[in-house]
Design a protein around this ligand. Structure first.
Ligand code: SF4
Length: 683
């Protein structure tokens, strides 16, 4: 009898872009175990510690179970009817008084594809603004920009299996073993058992660096310089893939000219990496028949993040490393659904499938389908929305699933923006830092309590099934968005997320052949998906998605990293820890995780520890021009000299974004989180 209550449900992990899927066993609301399955395409048979033990949060007493409405400095519980009526009234009032562009909408990479689709449909198709964005703006938009410029699609060019079979893996600015653990395990296996070469470039000597055949530690913010110098060296030696360049690539002459400043001597001087080492790196790439480059926030979260991503893609084009198994570009997506949130149109300038808002034909397709008029001008991105609140243009914001008050940069500035909003709606599973500033807080359901799809780092769309009933009165985000839209005059009648996917597939050529039937169980599809359901594990086999089918070499220049006054003498690198996810609002509520890593720490080098008399556990304050944090030290040789490392997994006094500033990648407005320096006081 007891066994009859036990349920096994296929789901997809929410903790990183690898997109491991597995069965979760539940009894009533209790999570009994997570069981990986051999047929899971992204992970095979394993998961990491977060995927295995990071689920207790679904039963946390801190879960939101009823809508909350602000009364003075506090919130009171409310019924859904009252909360939704209040929201609809405020939307209508703001639209009448200030126009649709006074409203801003933020979707989340934690939510499903279908929910991101609906958020942008609400903004464009119901309210009439393109002011819609998602949190990939904080991480990987520069990588997407670099790939759009050069090869036409912003996603990984192949699959995780291509990374596994590559002769050479070059990892730049990614702590892969902690940020994408299962993918890292697959690289480690190929390196150890199949003789794959592994080269790592990073500030910090993490596990992948320890395991690598060649490790370089360029000065912060100089990756574009050594990447371009290595590319130039390859061209100067005549090692470029002539046939590939002649048949499949435009812009070679202009690009070669742009490489002239990037000599090996110049690169050694700027990056601090020896010329001989860079030559060795170029030789490794030349000798390998196939190269994959993996990169993450160490590349993208800089003022020149898009240009450095472009330089990576240029290097791959020069060496002919696109369109063949075991080769290509792999920007590793952080959240589980970073890829999907943008894919499904929660971007200020793109509809689902990256079709441009400014394109009259595309716009009229959506106008016809939705029966509305959509503005042709791109809207505001996250970064511009915050500035828009400060300058009085944005009056109202609806944000779901993202703790922007912790994860955006320069959060003191972001908090002061939230305080200026006329009306602020936050939809989340917990009363997040951001929700503290809201006028209405709506209780949403996490992944185990709903159905939908996520898209992982290799463009793989996978289904998740409902394992638990929504807690209390919480609801799936898609249902809440539909309720709001219908109160604003829409007539949306989606019975299931499958209906939403069917609509997206009917409108976007990238997903023409996507259907819930083709995604049943452990089945998955990698976009683009043709009408007959044939998907694309490897891109660019025959052509690139440009008018003449050829890729484009794109010249770039180096943007010097931000300089700070002399007193800010410590460079503060930042990123993930294996055990925790972002600001930690889910993983700190999971006992199995917190028992292992209860708090974050500041990594300091043995040299710095000696100079400042620091020990493990010494409490220090770091102060930047934008704010300060308090945190305990951990002395480790993972960092060197005056570079310190503060994980981003703290929502209290150690939250990294009290230190970061508002400067951003010049092409995408992704915050330059990695360009921050600080002073240190012992407390
Ligand atoms: Fe989840 Fe990523 Fe770990 Fe897989 S590797 S279990 S997707 S956190």
């Amino acid at each position: 009898m007891r066994e009859e209550n036990i349920k096994k449900t296929k789901t997809v992990c929410t903790y990183c872009g690898v997109g491991c899927s597995f069965d979760v066993w539940t009894k009533d609301r209790k999570i009994l175990k997570v069981e990986p399955q051999i047929e899971a395409p992204a992970n095979g048979i394993s998961t990491c510690v977060k995927g295995k033990f990071g689920w207790d949060y679904v039963n946390s007493e801190e879960r939101l179970t009823k809508p909350l409405i602000r009364e003075g400095d506090a919130f009171r519980e409310a019924e859904w009817e009252e909360a939704l009526e209040l929201i609809a009234g405020k939307f209508i009032e703001a639209n009448k008084t200030y126009g649709p562009d006074s409203m801003a909408f933020i979707s989340s990479s934690k939510c499903t594809n279908e929910e991101s689709y609906l958020m942008q449909k609400l903004a464009r198709g119901v309210v009439g603004t393109n002011n819609v964005d998602n949190c990939s703006r904080y991480c990987q938009t520069p990588a997407t920009m670099g790939l759009f410029r050069t090869v036409g699609y912003g996603g990984d060019s192949g699959s995780i299996t291509d990374i596994e079979q590559s002769e050479l893996v070059l990892i730049v600015g990614s702590n892969t073993s902690e940020s994408h653990p299962v993918l890292a395990t697959r690289v480690k296996r190929s390196h150890k058992l199949k003789g794959q070469k592994l080269i790592v470039a990073d500030l910090r000597k993490h596990e992948m660096a320890d395991r690598s055949d060649l490790f370089i530690q360029p000065k912060p913010g100089t990756d574009l310089v050594w990447l371009s110098a290595v590319t130039k060296y390859i061209v100067d030696q005549g090692w470029e893939d002539e046939r590939f360049l002649k048949n499949r690539v435009n812009g070679l002459d202009e690009y070669k000219k742009s490489l002239e400043p990037f000599t090996m001597d110049y690169a050694a001087c700027v990056t601090g990496v020896k010329k001989e080492t860079l030559i060795q790196l170029a030789e490794h790439i030349h000798q390998a028949k196939t190269t994959c480059v993996l990169w993450a926030m160490g590349v993208t979260q800089h003022m020149g993040g898009s240009d450095t991503s472009t330089a990576i893609s240029n290097l791959l084009l020069i060496t002919g490393n696109y369109g063949k198994p075991g080769a290509g570009s792999y920007p590793l997506r952080g959240h589980n659904n970073v890829q999907g949130a943008s894919d499904f149109g929660s971007m200020p300038d793109r509809f689902p499938g990256y079709e441009r808002v400014a394109d009259d034909n595309v716009r009229s397709k959506y106008e016809k389908s939705w029966g509305v008029k959509i503005p042709s001008e791109p809207g505001l991105n996250n970064h511009e929305m915050v500035a828009g609140i400060h300058n009085g243009k944005v009056k109202m914001m609806y944000l779901k699933g993202e703790d922007m008050g912790l994860v955006d940069s320069n959060i003191n500035y972001v908090h002061s923006a939230f305080e200026k909003l006329d009306f602020f709606v936050v939809q989340d599973i917990f009363l997040s830092k951001t929700a503290e500033f809201a006028d209405v807080v709506l209780p949403a359901s996490p992944s185990l309590e709903k159905e939908g799809t996520f898209t992982n780092t290799e463009r793989r769309i996978q289904r998740l099934y409902q394992a638990l009933e929504p807690l209390g009165e919480s609801k799936p985000d898609w249902k809440i968005i539909m309720d709001i839209a219908n109160r604003l005059g829409a007539d949306w009648q989606y019975d299931h997320p499958g209906d939403i996917m069917a609509e997206a597939a009917s409108l976007s050529p990238l997903y023409t052949g996507v259907s819930y039937e083709r995604l049943e169980g452990y089945k998955s599809l990698q976009w683009p998906v043709a009408k007959d359901g044939v998907d694309s594990p490897l891109l660019f086999i025959d052509e690139f998605p440009f008018p003449d089918g050829k890729a484009q070499l794109f010249p770039v220049e180096w943007t010097k990293p931000l300089e700070f006054a002399e007193e800010y003498d410590l460079h503060v690198n930042n990123g993930r820890l294996l055990e925790h996810f972002h600001e930690g609002n889910m993983t700190y509520k999971s006992k199995g995780i917190t028992s292992k890593t209860p708090e974050v720490f500041l990594e300091v080098s043995p040299e710095l520890a000696e100079e400042r008399e620091l020990e493990d556990g010494t409490l220090v304050r770091l102060t930047s021009p934008y704010g300060s944090v308090k945190v305990k030290c951990l002395v480790t040789d993972r960092v060197k000299g005056k570079e310190v490392y503060l994980p981003m997994n703290d929502s209290g006094e150690g939250a990294i974004n009290y230190l970061t500033g508002s400067h951003a990648d010049k092409d995408t407005d992704t915050p330059a989180y990695k360009e921050i320096s600080a002073t240190m006081d012992i407390l």
